[in-house]
Design a protein around this ligand. Structure first.
Ligand code: GRF
Length: 193
């Protein structure tokens, strides 16, 4: 990534829509000495997102935008990110698709985590589809965001084995545990650390 960590940490915004367990793991990671990032902002399209509690708990600024008028919300967001000097974005269970224009403004500086072994199973309901196809393995992927859904350059992946009686719930749980480990590792990799 064309970003130098220098002495100070890179100011990051995390975008969420739900539980925010990846946000929590990223916050914990960001507080370690080895982390090149510091989480300075949380964005949600959902005011009911449970993950917003982590913003409160860790005293991180937050913004909730409903994205009903995407253009307007993204313009406001770009302004907020700019005045807060945010240099990088981590999508973590964020359920809205960002526009080409928005992605261009943060080119190469938006990361996402997806609960499948991309390029397989892009989009929603990954675990159901994986189980329906009797896959032997699934996993999670951290990748750069480009204008095509779940299609940007892959940074890191973690594979998990699917057991005989695996359900959507058990698989999601198992993969989520790996997501929490993979996202920080992917960030270290992006910064060649
Ligand atoms: C994760 O499985 C992530 O990969 C997917 O949505 C889920 C979000 O979980 N995109 P959380 O909100 O981080 O707990």
């Amino acid at each position: 990534m064309a970003l130098s960590t220098g002495l100070s940490k890179i100011r990051v915004a995390v975008f969420i829509s739900g539980t925010g367990s990846n946000l929590k793991s990223l916050i914990k990671f960001s507080k370690t000495n080895k982390s090149p990032i510091s989480i300075k902002f949380v964005v949600s399209n959902n005011y009911k997102a449970k993950g917003l509690n982590y913003a409160k708990k860790y005293k991180i600024k937050k913004k909730i935008l409903n994205f009903k008028n995407k253009n307007l919300c993204e313009s406001e967001l770009l302004y907020i990110l700019k005045i807060n000097n945010i240099k990088m974005i981590c999508l973590a269970g964020f359920m809205k698709i960002l526009s080409k224009n928005f992605i261009k403004r943060f080119k190469g500086k938006i990361l996402n985590i997806h609960p499948s072994l991309l390029p397989k199973y892009k989009g929603l309901n990954t675990h159901e589809r994986v189980l329906k196809n009797n896959e032997k393995y699934s996993g999670c992927t951290v990748h750069f965001v480009n204008s095509r859904l779940d299609s940007g350059k892959i940074i890191l992946q973690k594979k998990v084995k699917i057991l005989k009686n695996e359900t959507r719930i058990s698989l999601a749980k198992k993969i989520l545990v790996q997501e929490h480990r993979l996202y920080p590792r992917a960030i270290l990799k992006v910064f060649n650390l």
